[in-house]
Design a protein around this ligand. Structure first.
Ligand SMILES: Cc1cc2nc3c(=O)[nH]c(=O)nc-3n(C[C@H](O)[C@H](O)[C@H](O)COP(=O)(O)O)c2cc1C
Length: 209
């Protein structure tokens, strides 16, 4: 019930209070929630940039339809999906599992089977697959924010190619997929007073017995 209360409390924040910043413990909490996200095969084939720098955020706002949240929030989270060399993610995953004490041969073979199944995807499918993982992480951030009474706005309204260029993401084999300014709502943000609009239970769910 506490969670539902939190989910009703949250909303896609349009106007942040510039003077309010996340404390380090709040930031660490959000990072840990993202880190614990589920992901396909457990690969977490992405990285997350957390940007405070205002000069950089001004440049990013200019390629985000001038949405004020980009510069006004306390921190800007940018989810970046691995675009190339996804095999490296599999190798890194295998190493992590081994570090936790799993039998080497079993996990090596598992790694090979992951690579084989990823190879069956076209380049476009692989890109979509990788991008989808970042949206799961985004939602972990949204729920963690709600729980901690921190505000956020999930956003796709930005020029991803410009982000890739400004942040030199392609060189590292990543691409920006979705972003989230995070901070604290302004009391003037009218969006917080709007009712939640969602499908009814009947519209959304279908039972098959
Ligand atoms: C993937 C995604 C992209 C979104 N892009 C934007 C955006 O660019 N700008 C914005 O103000 N809101 C954006 N939103 C917020 C949605 O409009 C909002 O979550 C939705 O209307 C539900 O309202 P609520 O979050 O206030 O409950 C986005 C949401 C999601 C999940």
């Amino acid at each position: 019930m506490q969670l539902l209360k939190a989910l009703n409390w949250r909303y896609a924040t349009k106007k942040f209070d510039l003077s309010l910043k996340l404390r380090i413990d709040q930031l660490n909490f959000l990072k840990e929630a993202i880190r614990l996200s589920v992901s396909s095969y457990g690969l977490q084939s992405y990285k997350v940039l957390i940007i405070e720098n205002q000069v950089l955020r001004k440049d990013l706002r200019a390629v985000s339809w001038d949405q004020a949240q980009i510069t006004d929030a306390s921190h800007l989270f940018i989810f970046c999906a691995r675009k190339t060399d996804i095999e490296a993610e599999v190798d890194a995953f295998v190493n992590r599992v081994q570090d936790k004490g799993s039998a080497s041969q079993v996990i090596q073979e598992y790694g090979q089977s992951i690579k084989a199944s990823l190879k069956r995807k076209s380049a476009e499918e692989l890109r979509n697959w990788s991008a989808r993982q970042t949206y799961i992480a985004l939602n972990s951030l949204m729920i963690a924010c709600a729980e901690a009474e921190i505000d956020a706005c999930p956003m796709e309204g930005f020029d991803a190619e410009a982000y890739n260029r400004i942040l030199a993401l392609e060189e590292e084999g990543y691409e920006a997929t979705v972003i989230a300014p995070v901070g604290f709502r302004s009391t003037e943000d009218q969006s917080q007073f709007r009712p939640k609009v969602r499908k009814s239970e009947k519209e959304l769910f279908e039972y098959i017995e």
